[in-house]
Design a protein around this ligand. Structure first.
Ligand SMILES: [Zn+2]
Ligand SMILES: [Zn+2]
Length: 101
């Protein structure tokens, strides 16, 4: 299930087509040096996650917290900005933009 080269990777690593036509799954670190030989093909699973808090759709990799189980094979979780809310100043930003009563 994991990366063809290192056996690692996660649930949303790339699916690629090799020069000989075979399909393989490759994680980012292994894809890098082989980018010229491998062609990325759409994977069989949707590589999208939806943030529970702000509703944004993004690459699950950018999420601080992610889990399967969203709609249409999407993941759901908490995106980076929302996860960092308690630490940074984005909470103020959020209130200013949409929190008026
Ligand atoms: Zn790898
Ligand atoms: Zn969010």
């Amino acid at each position: 299930m994991g990366c063809r080269f290192c056996g690692g990777g996660d649930g949303w690593i790339k699916t690629c087509r090799a020069p000989d036509g075979s399909r393989l799954r490759v994680c980012d670190p292994c894809y890098g040096p082989k980018a010229s030989e491998l062609v990325i093909v759409p994977g069989d699973r949707v590589v999208t996650a939806r943030c529970d808090r702000c509703g944004v759709y993004a690459n699950p990799r950018e999420f601080a917290e992610v889990r399967p189980g969203g709609r249409h094979g999407a993941f759901s979780g908490t995106c980076g900005p929302c996860a960092g809310e308690g630490v940074g100043g984005s909470r103020t930003e959020l209130l200013r933009n949409g929190g008026e009563r």
